[in-house]
Ligand binder design. Structure first.
Ligand code: PXP
Length: 245
């Protein structure tokens, strides 16, 4: 998917929908936010259609797929109901994630080893329907091996632990991500990364080799509240290019 040889930015606009759902108003629309991201230079848009529909709604996913020129990446659980929505929408990319209703955000990566049958089945079904499938996994060699075996072309490395860690633990988490990316690449997997990335930690993330796309949501939407979506996307793109450009 990455033809530019530069790390791509996928903006997750879930939390635009969080703001809308807080009041049950028709605004702000994730589609309007996504259009602004597109114009600001984002390479893709990501949304997570959760089983509890706490932010993104089915109609948002259909509208985004119909309207955007840049690829839509749908994050989703391996649940029959959501797989059926993906088959109806046919986004360019899907990313399989674990989901627990009580969590604040996606906690931990997908257990490809423990849920082998469900994950392998979903990868096959979504891949056969023409979607590019990614698996959101911890930087764990066993999960990556199982991911490669599933036939999914991409993994997305969960960067949450690194982003939350401090001191020496932070360096260890970055080492794990670097080793995982090397391992995934050697297995023939393409490598994305995401979760918890913001302007102050993205420089460390850029030390991970073989990165195709960074999927970033909460921090960009939070910045957009203060400086506008156009500026929020552009400043992240600038940080991803090492502060230049
Ligand atoms: N990638 C995946 C698979 C996610 O589940 C999320 C959170 O929805 C993100 C990236 C973006 O994380 P954040 O909102 O912390 O930037």
């Amino acid at each position: 998917m990455n033809t530019e040889n530069k790390i791509r930015l996928g903006v997750n606009v879930d939390h635009v929908a969080t703001l809308r759902q807080a009041r049950g108003t028709p605004y702000p629309a994730p589609l309007d936010a996504a259009r602004l991201c597109e114009r600001a230079g984002a390479h893709g848009i990501t949304v997570h259609l959760r089983e509890d529909r706490r932010h993104i709604q089915d109609a948002d996913v259909f509208a985004l797929q119909k309207t955007l020129a840049i690829p839509l990446n749908l994050e989703m659980a391996c649940a029959r109901e959501i797989i059926d929505v993906a088959l109806a929408v046919r986004p360019t990319e899907v990313c399989l994630v674990p989901e627990r209703r009580e969590e604040l955000t996606t906690e931990g990566g997908l257990d490809v080893v423990g849920q082998r049958d469900a994950v392998f089945g979903a990868v096959r079904e979504l891949g056969d329907a023409g979607m590019v499938v990614s698996l959101f996994v911890e930087p764990d060699i066993r999960q990556l091996d199982a991911g490669a075996e599933s036939g999914a072309p991409y993994v997305e490395l969960h960067t949450g632990r690194y982003c939350e860690a401090t001191g020496p633990a932070r360096d260890r988490e970055l080492e794990r991500l670097i080793e995982a990316a090397e391992h995934a690449h050697a297995l023939g997997l393409k490598v994305n990364a995401g979760h918890g990335i913001h302007l102050d930690n993205v420089a460390g993330i850029l030390r991970i080799p073989h990165l195709d796309t960074l999927n970033i949501g909460h921090s960009i939407v939070a910045r957009a509240v203060l400086v506008g979506m156009d500026a929020a996307v552009k400043e992240m793109l600038c940080a991803m290019r090492g502060g230049g450009e």
